[in-house]
Design a binder for this molecule. Structure first.
Ligand SMILES: [Zn+2]
Length: 337
């Protein structure tokens, strides 16, 4: 696939090994890991049980609005970050939060300049429910739900999302009205509100159906959970993700964007190119460390015992909860590092 932006990009590695990252609140993985019993397969929680256990009541959650530029805003509740593009032609959202927050997202959009125009598009960055749960609610308001081809099948079937450690959540099959009605393969451009909205499919990154969304005039990009700010990321290996694909996607974005690009991560605050570059280096270095240990003949259990990611724990892990780093070692190991 060729992407024409500042540079031409060529997507590499459609195959790659699965590495799956469910971007949930950082604290969630830590608490789940701490709470579960060691050894044995950790239990699989249904969405409701998972939310009740680790999240504040969704109906009490508020939406924080950060204006980014002309007609562009970041909306943050408790799930994935939402980008809103508003203007004379209508509204486009990137990701939609949990369904319970849809009315508050809608109200926040109405408070934006030209936010009272019709909702036209909702782009899903990947299938995880903390990003897609409100699909049906926004489709009912008139939004065309847009996604990369593989996402539709993932949403339709549901699946078990794992962080490589103690966190395992069953995402139920989505109802038909929640499924994307407009899907694409390599890339696609939507034009509205004076903006060129470029969607690029990265096929083996956080999942197999990741979309990175560039607002080419506003110099804003939403990376979904390919880039998160809570430390070691979740990579959804079972849904076709891979650490190699995460790194390739980050490198491709870094190579193709102007220096003043503002970057919206899947979770966490608005970020800069320096933030994304540091995160990308961490992915490269940690995956190299696990690969080196593997070449030295170490088993997965040995790597966890020796904590081969120790040099990165202070900045990217949780020094008080070694299970987070251990979960990431597991993911890197099974991703083929
Ligand atoms: Zn995710």
């Amino acid at each position: 696939m060729t992407i024409t932006y500042r540079h031409s990009w060529r997507a590499r590695g459609r195959a790659a090994l699965p590495l799956l990252a469910l971007a949930l609140l950082p604290v969630v993985a830590a608490r789940a890991a701490a709470a579960a019993a060691p050894a044995a397969e950790p239990p699989v929680l249904e969405e409701d049980a998972f939310l009740a256990k680790y999240y504040p009541p969704l109906d009490k959650a508020n939406v924080r609005v950060t204006p980014i530029g002309d007609g562009v805003a970041l909306l943050q509740g408790v799930g994935g970050n939402v980008l809103a593009l508003t203007g004379a032609d209508g509204t486009l959202l990137v990701d939609g939060e949990f369904a319970a927050l849809a009315p508050k997202i809608e109200a926040a959009v109405h408070g934006l300049p030209s936010g009272d125009k019709p909702l036209r598009y909702l782009i899903d960055t990947h299938y995880h429910f903390d990003h897609t749960d409100a699909n049906a609610a926004f489709a009912a308001l008139g939004a065309v739900v847009v996604a990369a081809d593989p996402l539709r099948a993932r949403l339709a079937s549901g699946g078990v999302i794992s962080d490589g450690g103690k966190l395992r959540v069953h995402q139920a099959a989505a109802k038909p009205q929640a499924l994307p009605t407009l899907t694409y393969d390599h890339q696609m451009t939507l034009r509205m509100d004076g903006e060129e909205v470029l969607l690029v499919h990265f096929p083996a990154a956080h999942t197999d159906g990741d979309t990175v969304v560039f607002l080419k005039n506003a110099h804003v990009v939403h990376m979904g959970d390919i880039f998160v700010r809570y430390g070691f990321p979740l990579i959804d290996l079972k849904a076709g993700g891979s650490v190699a694909g995460m790194i390739k996607a980050c490198r491709a974005v870094l190579a193709g964007i102007p220096d003043d690009m503002q970057i919206i991560p899947g979770h966490g605050d608005l970020s800069s190119i320096a933030d994304l570059a540091a995160y990308t280096r961490m992915l490269e270095q940690t995956s190299a460390a696990v690969a080196k240990a593997r070449r030295a003949g170490k088993s997965l259990e040995q790597m966890k015992r020796e904590n081969v990611l120790a040099p990165w724990v202070e900045r990217w892990g949780d020094p008080k909860d070694p299970s987070r780093a251990q979960a990431f070692i597991d993911v890197l190991y099974h991703s083929g590092s």
